[in-house]
Design a protein around this ligand. Sequence first.
Ligand code: ADP
Ligand code: ZN
Length: 531
Amino acid sequence: GVAEMAVTDGEALAVLHRVFGYEAFRGEQEAVVEHVIAGGDAVVLMPTGGGKSLCYQIPALVRPGTGVVVSPLIALMQDQVDALRALGVRAGFMNSTQDFDERRTVEAEFLAGELDLLYLAPERLRMESSLDLLSRGKISVFAIDEAHCVSQWGHDFRPDYLTLSLLGERWPEVPRLALTATATDATHREITDRLRMPEARHFVASFDRPNIQYRIVPKADPRKQLLSFLSEEHAGDAGIVYCLSRNSVEKTAEFLSRNGIEAVPYHAGLDAGTRAAHQARFLREEGLVVVATIAFGMGIDKPDVRFVAHLDLPKSVEGYYQETGRAGRDGLPSTAWMAYGLNDVIQQRKLIQSGEGEEAFRRRSHQHLDSMLALCETVRCRRGQLLAYFGQEPAPAGCGNCDTCLVPPETWDGTVAAQKVLSAVVRLQRERGQKFGAVQIVDILLGRRTAKVIQFDHDQLSVFGIGEDLSEAEWRGVVRQLLAQGLLAVEGEYGTLVLTEESGAVLRREREVPLRKEPKKPVGSRTGSGR
Ligand code: ADP
Ligand code: ZN
């Protein structure tokens, strides 16, 4: 009833003040907390840093019993629990890193009703012993963190999450909360279906992170570009640099260190001790750069990460959003910077094609990549494109804080250039029965007599030298954009170029090909972001 709501209302706010020391709820937090305290199920979509934890921590403190939090982030449980205990919250965790005695202590505390919050790894709930334990205590709320792990299509899929649907069957009276930072409509629906929460109320926070400036620059010499970006705009700042391979993580970290920027590597090939030490330094120190594979960052709560840089293309917009979202959790100006080039497209397409798994999975992966490429190649507001991807309404006039808003890219009619590239691919295939990669095609168009051009008599082709009007970088830009637009495709382990179904229309002059002009001057902090 109304009176009851008013009581819980006041209690939630009191806990926010007294336990967490915060002035007010943020965004959707209050609505979520009220709904769950009143016993309702909820699906909460909030961007990273949006404040998801309080959405279950406060109901757990207000409602009688223990809040059970299911989280895949085993490595962080100890830290989370320590942080809560420091605030006087009675918290514990159960996962595979504990020894028998530690686990027994937590179990006893839970059964005695001495825990406000209990963190569990999802695999615990597969074990009848754990379920039995939970049945013998009193549970106030179930929180399913990183709920997108239930999606079989996502890159974070955890089979154990599928068993979580049983929570509702076994404890129908206990409210459940599913929380995630990554959700398109499809993932969203999958979460509700697979966790069997049809009655849940949905709380969707804005995915906009206005303090993050999004920039994607054409890749030329990525490490050097990174170095100037860091020294010109983020000297002495903490940040994360993402690379695809362990090898390039190592090399980039070395390169930065050699050039006076304190940087440490982080990837799954390093031993656990080194990884933990580097992560601890990152959290503790003010100006450390971590160069990492995507293994780094999930659940890391460092508010003053001033930049996230990508030297390689993420596989999906979700991935990009999640990784860049680690910047600027404190709300202060931060930069999401990425260098992107032709090789990224080729490499990612090859990875998908040569990867294992079913055809449907491959198709999904290509779709994910297509959306990511569209974000890279857009001539419109990047933030607008991101928000639209997550089904949210972008500002019609652009955001004013991304590279395309700050320096609108020019477009040009690339129809003839596209025809030249496609003709070269066709000629090689039809006249010679050959397939080649982008480098050879560009050399042919530029009329370069390289060793490989001579070896294959490619200087005899009618298309040899027909592209001297553009530079090598511009041709690579054309090929990249054709690949991104699906007007050209890559094939096989060498990444040879082949036509697609859509190529024909361009060759027959049935359609135009507008292309983005490669920017000459990079967008930097001095180009008018107003800071
Ligand atoms: P998420 O899990 O959504 O990534 P967190 O729950 O870790 O986000 O919260 C991000 C940061 O914001 C944390 O440092 C948290 O303490 C802080 N925060 C959350 N809610 C509030 C609030 N209402 N007032 C002030 N700070 C908050
Ligand atoms: Zn913009």
